[in-house]
Design a protein around this ligand. Structure first.
Ligand SMILES: Nc1ncnc2c1ncn2[C@@H]1O[C@H](COP(=O)(O)OP(=O)(O)OP(=O)(O)O)[C@@H](O)[C@H]1O
Ligand SMILES: [Mg+2]
Length: 133
């Protein structure tokens, strides 16, 4: 679904999912919902096409790292601190519920989420999840 939408907007999708990443206990349905929200945000930020990339790795502190990056509009500083506020949206028909829901889902997995961006720079969403055991 994401690839279809991306193609229609001239967006290239790449993923780096290396072998040998430890298993993490996740709730498939809610985690899929969280990732879908993030992919849609990325696509919605790229009206002139661009690159959407997703990668999975081990972080240096022993967590599982999911990174979702886009080369869209970027995010200005005063918006950056409001991203996870309920109902914060800059879109005419946005609800501003996407990221608060994503945050809840990640926290329910004992994980953390952060978003780094600047206007005109890539936006990088980083999710850290604890490993099993
Ligand atoms: N990848 C991104 N690039 C640029 N801005 C982003 C990105 N992700 C989120 N934002 C900004 O954060 C705001 C809040 O995102 P959130 O997903 O919570 O709501 P929304 O996308 O506006 O609405 P909805 O998710 O209901 O469609 C967006 O309106 C947008 O301004
Ligand atoms: Mg959204």
């Amino acid at each position: 679904m994401i690839e279809d939408r991306a193609k229609g907007k001239n967006i290239t999708v790449t993923s780096r999912l290396p072998d040998g990443i430890a298993d993490v206990p996740i709730d498939k349905d809610t985690m899929a919902q969280a990732l879908l929200n993030l992919f849609l945000n990325a696509i919605e930020a790229m009206d002139q096409g661009g690159l959407l990339s997703a990668s999975l790795s081990h972080s240096p502190d022993g967590m599982i790292k999911i990174e979702i990056a886009d080369t869209g509009s970027g995010i200005q500083k005063d918006h950056l601190e409001r991203l996870f506020d309920l109902y914060f949206t800059t879109k005419p028909s946005g609800t501003g519920l996407g990221l608060p829901i994503v945050q809840k889902i990640i926290e329910a997995h004992d994980g953390r989420i952060s978003i780094a961006s600047e206007p005109g720079q890539p936006t990088v969403v980083t999710i850290l999840l604890p490993m099993e055991g």
